[in-house]
Design a protein around this ligand. Structure first.
Ligand SMILES: O=C(O)C1=C[C@@H](OP(=O)(O)O)[C@@H](O)[C@H](O)C1
Ligand SMILES: C=C(OP(=O)(O)O)C(=O)O
Length: 446
């Protein structure tokens, strides 16, 4: 068992004495980087990832793939395509996947869900372990499905079947075929099975049975990236059956992929414009994307700002007032902590719905947001599937983060408007945004 080194020091969240005016370069998307790594590792030829996110979650993915025999070379590229493409680039060189190996998943949902299917293709045992919280996060959908598709997996050694730690006894290949799963607790179950499926002997047909599936944009991201790597995928959107995805077996191409900025990590910076009545530009905001963070253009506009997408990027401008809203966040659950932070500072109440599955994210996000905002004087109650937030004047105090990067950034947003907020363990932002304190200070001109 490994534990993320936690930093219990208190970080005084900067208070904004005026409107922010800044351009913030946000690092690459976690979700795109980790999908790109998996697909490149499974490809029939080498590929490139340019401007990858370098954070705890993506470096765990790199280490895991290397442990199974994949070559990943880190270089600084200066592409002939122009200065905009220069910067860090990872060259991924696929090879026969090998065990024995040990994978540390940390608390990365993408690593703990996307890699067991990859491990079934390895020759030899691959052991998976991670942070204590990773033992509590749902994995049964992946484990049960892989078994049904022909894999041999040892789980439950710690009396916790259907969860980590576990060992996948890779046989060098997997039959694949049809499988039913209940992915209502995490869309990553579906993404995990689809990503490796071109390499299964019969591909896969995944049928989701159960209550509503969260985070659909992330499944669309999986499908788009598979298709861009040459895979044939049938989806419900393309006239297929509802809740059924099919991937045909076939070789994957090595791609040259430039990773988009992480739009969910752009959230606290956009929120800063909203909260201070200022203006923030995020360069390289994609015109078309499957990232859920793109929904911030609509959601934060409804909360009181306006935005414009130009050649310079996305510029978001706050109006000086912040309104509450009633919104279903089931498609964009990972945006909830940042929206809750803004909602706590609004001029009217908010209801955030459709996010019961956040109780099984990095921490129980509904409980954590309720407790921490209320300890600063707020009035938040949990509902069956979300939060009611009634804004009240807030005061300073310690904002605990529970090893959750998005709790830390949510606390920082509140700190802009409330003097004396101290974030416990801001270093937990390293999961997806290691430079957060520096970027935040830079935005504020400090
Ligand atoms: O596939 C992905 O990259 C993700 C899917 C979502 O997971 P859930 O469906 O478990 O919420 C999201 O919350 C997570 O941050 C990233
Ligand atoms: C839920 C999240 O992460 P994970 O990929 O670990 O599920 C998140 O980043 O908000």
């Amino acid at each position: 068992m490994t534990v993320n080194p936690t930093d219990t020091a208190l970080w005084p969240a900067p208070y904004a004495s005026g409107a922010v005016a800044a351009t913030v370069h946000v690092p690459g998307s976690k979700s795109v980087t980790n999908r790109g790594l998996v697909l490149a590792a499974l490809a029939a030829e080498p590929g490139w990832l340019r401007r990858p996110l370098r954070s705890r979650d993506t470096l765990l993915m790199v280490a895991a793939l290397r442990a199974m025999g994949v070559g990943i070379e880190e270089t600084v590229s200066s592409s002939s395509a122009g200065a905009g493409d220069s910067g860090e680039a990872w060259r991924v060189i696929p090879s026969g996947l090998q065990g024995p190996a040990t994978v540390d998943v940390g608390n990365a949902g993408t690593v703990m869900r996307f890699l067991p299917p990859v491990a079934t293709l390895a020759d030899g045992p691959i052991r998976f372990d991670g942070d204590p919280r990773s033992y509590e996060r749902p994995l049964h959908g992946v484990i049960d499905a892989l078994r049904a598709l022909g894999a041999r997996i040892d789980d439950g050694a710690d009396g916790n079947p259907g969860a980590l730690p576990l060992t996948v006894h890779g046989g060098g290949a997997l039959d694949g075929g049809q499988v039913e799963i209940d992915a209502s607790s995490s869309s990553q179950f579906v993404s995990a099975l689809l990503l490796s499926a071109p390499r299964f002997n019969q591909g896969v047909e995944v049928r989701h049975v159960g209550s509503a599936l969260p985070s659909m944009p992330h499944i669309r991201m999986t499908v788009d990236m598979l298709r861009a790597a040459g895979a044939q995928v049938d989806t419900p959107e393309a006239g297929g059956e509802p809740n059924v995805w099919r991937v045909t077996p076939g070789a994957l191409l090595g791609r040259d992929l430039t990773v988009e900025p992480d739009l969910s990590n752009a959230q606290p910076f956009l929120a800063a414009a909203l909260v201070t009545g200022g203006r923030v530009t995020i360069p390289d905001w994609p015109a078309h994307t499957t990232q859920p963070g793109d929904a911030l253009r609509r959601i934060f506009t409804e909360m009181g700002g306006s935005c414009e997408l130009t050649e310079q990027g996305l510029t978001f401008t706050g109006s000086g007032s912040i309104h509450g809203l009633d919104v279903d966040l089931s498609e964009v659950g990972e945006l909830t902590p940042g929206i809750a932070a803004v909602a706590a500072l609004a001029d009217s109440p908010s209801t955030l719905r459709g996010v019961a599955h956040l109780r099984l994210h990095e921490t129980d996000r509904l409980a954590a947001l309720t407790k921490e905002i209320n300890e600063l004087g707020g009035d938040v109650t949990e509902t069956a599937d979300g939060l009611h937030i009634r804004p009240r004047p807030l005061h300073g105090g310690v904002f605990h983060t529970y090893d959750d990067h998005r709790m830390a950034t949510a606390g920082a947003v509140i700190g802009l408007a409330v003097p004396g907020v101290q974030i416990e363990n801001v270093a937990t932002t390293a999961k997806t945004l290691p430079d957060f304190p520096e970027l935040w200070a830079g935005m504020l001109g400090n």
